[in-house]
Ligand binder design. Structure first.
Ligand code: HEC
Length: 250
């Protein structure tokens, strides 16, 4: 999210106000109830984390509190925005991994049973049986931090501390031979040094330029020369033509 919590909640208050005004107009038009004389804005501060007072009028909902917005705003971008502050080494990560991840993902990221594998699969992407793993497929180390915090360990998401998060991410990168030194410490400061092999194969959708020559503007007026001629009425049209009698397609 690019909006600051404050801006976002201000925008939401704006929306709530607009809804109140619109509701008033409809009711007044139908002459069922007097329109509220004024739309009262919420008075509580939305930045102090406390729930603001309910608005009057229709009284539906309330703006999200800054804490609630912060709770949802956990994405980590490749440019580093959203990274939590923290650090952890490969060796520290091994401990977290063995305790909290290996039961599903296997001791070496090979995947236990039918749980997903996290390591290996290099040079398989263009084969009949591609194996997409963090090492073979993922473009950015930041995605690992985002994903693990957001979703893992499965069933207990968002339970890792930032330091455990960096440590276990370092360990998964170690399992993928991206990090080679087990004393390497991954942190919010050096995550950008990590380069994943497949990054070059992720690029912005450029079809608008690269495939432009396939496109033509749809014709909206005078698309065929001469007068239009009615050949058949829909009700008489046999949708499935007899063999050999349908239109020819070249
Ligand atoms: C109970 C089993 C379980 C545990 C424990 C678990 N995971 Fe997962 N993990 C999964 C499943 C299932 C998926 C696939 C989820 C999906 O695709 O929706 C997954 C997916 C992942 C992925 C994405 C793989 C990919 O290529 O899409 C990563 C990375 C990951 N887990 C890391 C971890 C880490 C790190 C831990 C420990 C902190 C952990 N997992 C613990 C079951 C588990």
């Amino acid at each position: 999210m690019s909006k600051s919590p404050e801006k976002a909640s201000r925008a939401m208050r704006g929306l709530a106000l607009a809804a109140l005004v619109a509701g008033g107009a409809v009711l007044a038009g139908g002459a069922l109830l007097p329109a509220p004389t004024q739309a009262t804005e919420t008075t509580g501060s939305v930045t102090d984390g406390a729930f603001p007072e309910l608005p009057t009028g229709l009284g539906l909902g309330r703006p999200a509190s800054a804490e609630e917005i912060a709770g949802w705003n956990i994405d980590v971008r490749p440019d580093g925005l959203g990274l939590p502050e923290g650090r952890g080494t490969v060796l520290e990560g091994e401990e977290v991994y063995v305790m909290q991840c290996a039961v599903c993902h296997g001791d070496f990221g090979e995947g236990a049973g039918r749980w997903p594998m996290l390591a290996g699969g290099y040079e398989t992407l263009d084969t009949h049986d591609p194996m997409k793993t963090v090492g073979s497929y993922w473009p950015y180390a930041s995605t690992l931090i985002d994903y693990i915090y957001r979703a893992m360990p499965y069933g207990n998401a968002q339970s890792l501390s930032p330091d455990e998060l960096y440590a276990v991410s370092a360990y998964v990168l170690y399992l993928n031979d991206v990090i080679l030194d087990e004393d390497f410490e991954l942190s919010h400061e050096n995550y950008a040094e990590i380069e994943l092999e497949n990054v070059a194969n992720f690029f912005p959708d450029d079809r608008e330029v690269a495939e432009k020559h396939f496109w033509r503007e749809p014709c909206m007026t005078n698309c065929a020369e001469g007068q239009a001629e009615i050949l058949m009425r829909a009700r008489a049209l046999d949708v499935t033509p007899e063999p050999g009698q349908g239109p020819t397609v070249d």
